[in-house]
Design a protein around this ligand. Sequence first.
Ligand SMILES: *Cc1c(COP(=O)(O)O)cnc(C)c1O
Length: 402
Amino acid sequence: MTKFTKSFTQQEPIPEAGIERAVEVMRSGRLHRYNALGDELTETVLLEQEFAAYNGSRFCLACASGGYALHIAMRSIGVNSGDKVLCNAFTLAPVPGAIHNAGAIPVLVETTDDFTIDLVDLEAKAAADDVHYLMLSHMRGHLVDMDRLMEICDRHGVSVIEDCAHTMGATWNGRRSGTFGKVGCFSTQTYKHINSGEGGLLITDDEEVMARAIMHSGSYMLYDRHTVGPAPEVFAKIRFETPNYSGRMDNLRAAILRPQLSDLDRQCDRWNELYCALEKGLRAIEGVRVPLRPEAEYFVGSSLQFSLPELSAEAFARFIRRCEEQGVQIKWFGDADPKGYTSRFDSWRYLGDAPALPATEKVLSTMCDIRLPLTFNVEDCVVIATVISEVLSETAHINPAG
Ligand SMILES: *Cc1c(COP(=O)(O)O)cnc(C)c1O
């Protein structure tokens, strides 16, 4: 039996340029984003300028985490306590958590066989009179038809926040994810596309939304230090009525991120090379379904999802366990018991009784999720596909009906 030996959670080291700059920041002692000498532009400000330019957005705010960015994005567009916020049922725990943190109520939307939000269910739920917001997760990098989604949301007066934790660098019809909705939120946590341990970035073109986000993030009255923020007059309107939810980024993290951002497009191509190699191997295996990616989507293949629609739950649990024994870590959202980073909508019990979401449940019951860190190479992807193929043929013997 083939065995794979590399770690699925090992990222690449921080680029030397980032390490050197981080050491300089530490030597300077000026780690706080507003601790500048004269009109010096701190690393945090430079990161914001560069990330806004990368996305072609007017404004950018760096903050403490991706989940934090989602929270203040909602507060900044006017989500109030008790408001309903639509969101994908297929997402990760920080998303419903951020909605709950804003005092709002998540309304979960069904999932398609291609792992995107179901636009038919979205339209039905967006039509309700008391629904005005959508928190859209581009979950695991799958972009839904953004033209159709925006048309539906515009028609029903629904404001969109994009959770781009898995789509930094991705585009739909040439337009960057995060620039379709009112606000785009990104994470720089270790397992995302640029790595500062923890961190978040928020972009928008709306000056009042950005002014509120900056105040919420903990700017005190130093908001004029934000070079990619709105003019002081905009803050004058909101500065006494916007609470400080302290969650800034610091210069150390920003210093680590800047060289990674310069290299992001090249890294995305490397991820896609791995994705293509693994996809090719999986497509050759009978019983494996890999979603077709639309022409309009430029995705970042930092992870790959496929389904095994014919396996029973019992055979599935065995398949996952056997792959693990052969060194291939597959995450299974269909598991009755949530494990590691993976949990399903019915384990967010603080939301009350889990809604009926039969399509999502069916999709997740046979979906496999594999991380592809850049410490892998194309040959590794061939080995992973071989392990999956060998384990599946084992499983076929004990599950002949499947
Ligand atoms: C990681 C992640 C987040 C939150 O990012 P943090 O920086 O870890 O708070 C939000 N949404 C999704 C889909 C994620 O995977």
